[in-house]
Design a protein around this ligand. Structure first.
Ligand code: HPA
Length: 269
């Protein structure tokens, strides 16, 4: 694995992607933040050695390097999900490549269903913790050069970054929620009983991503910050027929607010 990572890192450095300070992984309908990245170098996943290729609508599949909020960043426009059939190595690879390119922080976003009855569609939820119900992406042989066999997860989401994000949101008058993100395999949305179950075990929102990437990042001790955009509700009496297009549409509506928070936060790292 490390040999392949180094090969890919060398390829990306040769292409000019040198010393990014932060990595950004964007969720469904939230790829527009990359429009704020300037002086970009962009490479399709399919042109990057060893990179997986994403298959979902609304996930363009390009690695973007450039200036964002006064810093060099590398952003994944399009991410990889367990439900697409990738094995653990494939899910881990891009996050590890960003780390070995030099990032010191990882920022993530996703679209999610709200199971907290106080949430509304369009809310931004700052993720304070997660419940991972996906197979753990670190299952398999462990390379101690990358990280320990038994990584700590006591602070999966960096408290300092959460504190800064809350202050930034307040300064801009952006209402934010805080909560626990539950990751499930998908690709089905939940039945009403599943939504109720996830609420019962402590979730505020449910989605099909993010936890895998955060586990991979924490294995390498990379501090993480993530937000969910609540695109639909899994709350009794408020559950509606849900489609991917609706999720995309609602995520896009919240994108400008999310970008404001991410921009100021990256500026402060
Ligand atoms: N469930 C799971 N994943 C999701 C949802 C949901 O309700 N909304 C957006 N992603």
């Amino acid at each position: 694995m490390l040999e392949k990572i180094n090969e890919t890192v060398r390829f990306l450095k040769d292409a000019g992607m040198n010393n990014p300070e932060a990595g950004i992984i964007l969720g469904t309908g939230l790829g527009g933040l990359t429009a704020a990245v300037k002086n970009t170098i962009e490479i399709s996943y399919s042109d990057i050695p060893h990179f997986p290729v994403s298959t979902v609508d609304g996930h363009a599949g390009r690695l973007i390097y450039g200036d964002f909020a006064g810093r060099k960043v590398v952003a994944m426009k399009g991410r990889f999900h367990y439900y697409e059939g990738y094995n653990a190595d494939k899910l881990a690879f891009p996050v590890r490549v960003m780390k070995y390119l030099g990032i010191r922080y990882l920022f993530l976003s996703n679209a999610a269903g709200g199971v907290n009855p106080l949430f509304r569609v369009g809310d931004i939820m700052i993720i304070t913790d997660h419940i991972n119900l996906l197979p753990n992406p670190l299952i398999g042989p462990n390379d101690e050069r990358i990280g320990p066999r038994f990584p700590d997860m006591s602070e999966a989401y960096d408290k300092t970054l959460i504190g800064k994000a809350l202050r930034i949101a307040e300064k801009h008058g952006i209402m934010v929620q805080k909560g626990v993100y539950l990751a499930t395999t998908g690709p089905t949305f939940e039945t009403p009983s599943e939504y109720r179950y996830f609420r019962t075990i402590g979730a505020d929102a449910v989605g099909m991503s993010t936890a895998s990437e955060v586990i991979i990042a924490r294995h390498m001790r990379l501090p993480c910050f993530a937000v969910s955009i609540i695109t639909d509700l899994g709350v009794e009496g408020k559950i509606e027929y849900t489609t991917h297009e609706m999720v995309q549409r609602e995520a896009e509506k919240a994108e400008a607010r999310m970008t404001t928070i991410m921009t100021d936060l990256v500026a402060e790292i």
